[in-house]
Design a binder for this molecule. Sequence first.
Ligand code: NAD
Ligand code: LMR
Length: 339
Amino acid sequence: RSIHSAVSRSRSQLLRRGYATEPVPERKVAILGAAGGIGQPLSLLMKLNPLVSTLSLYDIAGTPGVAADVSHINSRSEVAGFAGEEELGKALEGADVVIIPAGVPRKPGMTRDDLFNINAGIVKSLATAISKYCPHALVNMISNPVNSTVPIAAEVFKKAGTYDEKRLFGVTTLDVVRAKTFYAGKARVPVADVNVPVIGGHAGVTILPLFSQATPSANLDADVIEALTRRTQDGGTEVVTAKAGKGSATLSMAYAGAIFADACLKGLNGVPDVVECSYVQSNIISELPFFASKVRIGKNGVEEILGLGTLSDFEQEGLEKLKSELKSSIEKGIKFASQ
Ligand code: NAD
Ligand code: LMR
């Protein structure tokens, strides 16, 4: 009995010591577009994240209600809602991570690029505010077309003199989430164990899952790999079609956005070996200044862009096929922002 109580005493001392020497840092997360289809469930998931101490919810309207609602959840973060442009500065001040799911979603028959005319302007004005109020934040861009909105934000930050390529991320986590789910179904392996890198960009053929590197490995036939690749590339359209005019992926996207923001918070907090796929400024493919691949996230954002590894012939072909579309989407974003 005395041994037992001595052991439990030293364990509780250890726990106390661990707690005293490694307090969880204060972190402010701002969500821009927080009252929308993605924004609301993402606000919920970020409220559940114990790494967040302040959760700032911004939209052009509707955020006081969302903020009041999630604020009643008995988790760590303080929640505040901000509505309308005049409150954007307050929403952003002191933010460590800014997540942007603001803008219009697709309807059936549209491509992500069809959203450019509306969303490019929204992203430009939000990026301008970020450069003014929280220039050091890690920015998680969800708004489509991601292939263009990330270059737009980069140009805005450059013009403002605040650009740090390590701090700007296009969120492609939903492609990874889909690739993992679809692969697990075909390979008949537990989905929780699956890892699949997805490279390139975030639209149609620019989404390139590397199933040859999927773990646990499985000997899938070439036609199955082709079908899995196509399903991952068309995953967004599958949801847009099923929602029949009521928007695009919101719940799975909120999940994916929460996973990616959590990785950013862990990186900022100094957790080692935080690796996620993301669309970032990159020199992996010389003619594509932005490219999605595995990146290590650390205290300053992108710590290392990891190489692509060995590609199968099918993936190599896919990489060649995506270059021209991705290049023109990047150029379109840069041109818009520099006008
Ligand atoms: P939604 O229409 O339901 O919500 C968008 C929200 O943005 C609305 O609440 C709207 O008021 C707000 N908004 C508009 N202009 C704004 C501004 N200037 N400032 C702040 N907020 C503003 O749309 P959704 O389904 O949530 O999708 C949002 C975006 O995310 C779309 O562009 C969609 O294509 C994109 N998306 C990206 C991915 C991805 O994988 N990266 C996945 C799904 C959706
Ligand atoms: C997705 O992949 O679900 C998003 O990019 C939304 C869309 O328009 O498909």
